[in-house]
Design a protein around this ligand. Structure first.
Ligand SMILES: NC(=O)c1ccc[n+]([C@@H]2O[C@H](COP(=O)([O-])OP(=O)(O)OC[C@H]3O[C@@H](n4cnc5c(N)ncnc54)[C@H](O)[C@@H]3O)[C@@H](O)[C@H]2O)c1
Length: 435
C-alpha cells in the first residue's frame, strides 16, 4: 500500500529504542508524517538495514517509507544510545516483552533499556519516556519511573501500540485508537501531539488505564476468535453453516457489534441468557464437543455474583437496603435475577435486608414471577419497602443492584447514604465502591 504523506509538527526529536516490528514501523511512520526520528537498536544488522534505506523485515509498505524518510534526512539509526539521547525530546521504548515460562511478562529488555536511558545523565532538554511496549499495569511507575531520581527532568507516559503485523503501516497511518496515559499533562500532550497529522484525537487516560487497555484489547480479540470458533463448531455439528450464522450475527450493530454489554457491572440473569447458555452447553455435551469458552460463562457469572455477595457481607452496616430486585431496570421479571440470589444468601447469612424496586409491588406479582420469588425467599413480602425515601432513611448502606432512573439516582445521591454500586450506574459514587 502507499501511505499518504502528511505534514507533521517539526522540531520534536523522537528516539525509538528497539526497532523490531513495532519500533521500526513506528519510527518510519513518525518520520513519514514529518518528525525527526532516530532509531536505536543493539542489533547492528537492523541498524545498518535502516541506514541503507531498507526494512529489516518484511512488512507491506515499510521499505518504501524507510527509503523515502532516510533520503529526506528525517530517519536515522544507530547502536549508540549515548550519541542521540541527550538531544531527544521523546524516547519511545519499543523493546520486546516476551512471555516467561510461567506466563509472566518478561521485562529484562525493558529494564536494560531503561537502565541505558538512566545512565545518560547529560541531557540538554527535558525527556519524555513513552512506553510503547506492552507492559502490565504498574510497570511504568514501578519499573520505569522509579529508575529516575526525583527532580530529574524525566516524565513517563504509556502509549501502547495496536498495530497488526501484515497491515502495520496502514494501522499506524489510519489508526482506530491512539492512547496516551500519564499524569504529567505536558508530557502527555507532547506524545499525543506526535499523532496530530493523523487527524485522530488520542484518548488521554491515566497511566495504568493506558497499560491495561492493551490487555483489554488483546483479551477481547482472543475471546472473539474463540467465540466465533466455538459457535462455528457447534453449528457445523448441527449441520448448519457457521459462517452464515456469524455473518448474520454481525448484522446486528445495536447489541452484537456495539458498546452494548461492555461496561463492568453486575452479574447477568433473567429469563433468557442463563437458560439459553445451559441449553447450548447441554447440546454441545451431547454432541461430545468440548467448548471451554461457552462452558465457562455461567461459572464466570456465578463467581462475579459471589464477589458481589462478599462485598455486601463486608459492608460495615447493620441495615442493608437494596435498590432493584429484577435482573435489570424497567422490568418486573424476576426469573433468575441475580439480586434474588444475592438476597437469598444475605438473608441466609443473617443480614438485616430490605429492598425497593420501582417496578415491583409484592401484592401485584403473580404467575412464574411469584413462584420463582417465593421459592427463593418465602417471606419476601416483609422485606419490601414501597417507598425509596423510607428505604434510604432506614438503611445504613444502600446496595445499588439495578440502574436507577435519574430521579431515583438523584434521591440516592441527595440522601447522602453510603452506597455500594454493583451496577456502576451512579457516576459520582462509582470510584469509591466497586466489586
Ligand atoms: N509485534 C506486534 O504485532 C506487536 C503489536 C503491538 C504491540 N507489541 C508489543 O510491542 C513490543 C515490541 O514487540 P516487537 O514484536 O516489535 O518485538 P521485537 O522482538 O520484534 O523487537 C524488539 C527489538 O528491541 C531490541 N532491543 C532489545 N533490547 C534492547 C536494548 N537494550 N537497546 C536497544 N534495542 C533493544 C531488539 O534487538 C529488537 O530489535 C512488545 O512489548 C510487544 O508485546 C507487538
Amino acid at each position: 500500500m502507499n501511505p499518504t504523506p502528511a505534514q507533521g509538527a517539526e522540531g520534536t526529536h523522537v528516539v525509538i529504542l528497539g526497532i523490531g516490528y513495532v519500533g521500526c514501523v513506528t519510527a518510519a511512520c513518525l518520520a513519514h508524517i514529518g518528525h525527526r526520528v532516530t532509531c536505536v537498536d543493539c542489533d547492528e544488522h537492523k541498524v545498518q538495514s535502516v541506514l541503507r534505506g531498507a526494512a529489516p523485515f518484511y512488512e507491506p509498505g515499510l521499505e518504501e517509507i524507510i527509503r523515502e524518510t532516510v533520503a529526506a534526512g528525517r530517519l536515522s539509526a544507530t547502536t549508540d544510545i549515548a550519541s542521540v539521547l541527550p538531544d531527544a525530546d521523546v524516547a519511545m521504548v519499543c523493546v520486546g516483552t516476551p512471555s516467561e515460562k510461567n506466563g509472566n511478562l518478561g521485562l529484562d529488555q525493558l529494564r536494560r533499556v531503561v537502565g541505558d536511558i538512566a545512565a545518560q545523565d547529560i541531557r540538554r532538554k527535558p525527556l519524555v519516556i513513552a512506553i510503547r511496549s506492552t507492559v502490565f499495569p504498574g510497570t511504568c511507575e514501578e519499573v520505569v519511573a522509579r529508575r529516575f531520581a526525583p527532580g530529574a527532568d524525566v516524565s513517563v507516559v504509556a502509549n501502547p501500540e495496536f498495530l497488526r503485523e501484515g497491515t502495520a503501516v496502514r494501522d499506524f497511518m489510519e489508526p482506530a485508537l491512539v492512547v496516551v496515559g500519564g499524569s504529567d499533562p505536558a508530557a502527555v500532550g507532547k506524545v499525543a501531539g506526535l499523532y496530530a497529522p493523523l487527524g485522530i484525537a488520542p484518548c488521554l487516560v491515566s497511566l495504568r488505564t493506558a497499560e491495561m487497555i492493551k490487555y483489554a484489547c488483546n483479551a477481547s480479540h482472543a475471546v472473539k476468535i474463540s467465540f466465533a470458533n466455538e459457535i462455528g463448531t457447534i453449528a457445523a455439528n448441527l449441520g448448519i453453516d457457521g459462517t452464515e450464522v456469524m455473518d448474520t450475527f454481525c448484522r446486528d450493530e445495536s447489541l452484537n457489534i456495539s458498546r452494548a454489554y461492555l461496561r463492568p457491572g453486575f452479574a447477568f440473569g433473567g429469563s433468557c441468557l442463563p437458560k439459553d447458555l445451559r441449553a447450548l452447553n447441554y447440546r454441545a455435551a451431547r454432541l461430545d464437543l468440548k467448548l471451554p469458552l461457552l462452558e465457562s460463562v455461567i461459572p464466570s457469572n456465578e463467581r462475579h455474583l459471589a464477589r458481589a455477595l462478599q462485598a455486601v457481607m463486608d459492608l460495615p452496616a447493620e441495615r442493608i437496603g437494596v435498590f432493584g430486585l429484577a435482573f435489570k431496570e424497567s422490568t418486573d421479571d424476576l426469573r433468575e435475577s441475580p439480586v434474588v440470589t444475592l438476597l437469598e444468601q444475605l438473608i441466609g447469612k443473617g443480614r438485616n435486608v430490605r429492598v425497593f424496586d420501582p417496578q415491583i409491588l409484592p401484592d401485584r406479582i403473580y404467575g412464574s414471577n411469584q413462584r420463582y420469588l417465593l421459592a427463593a425467599i418465602p417471606h419476601i413480602g416483609k422485606l419490601f419497602e414501597p417507598q425509596l425515601e423510607a428505604l434510604l432513611e432506614w438503611a445504613g448502606y444502600l446496595v445499588v443492584a439495578q440502574k436507577p432512573a435519574p430521579p431515583f439516582a438523584e434521591a440516592i445521591r441527595a440522601s447522602g447514604v453510603a452506597v455500594l454500586d454493583l451496577v456502576n450506574a451512579i457516576p459520582d459514587l462509582r470510584v469509591a465502591h466497586r466489586v
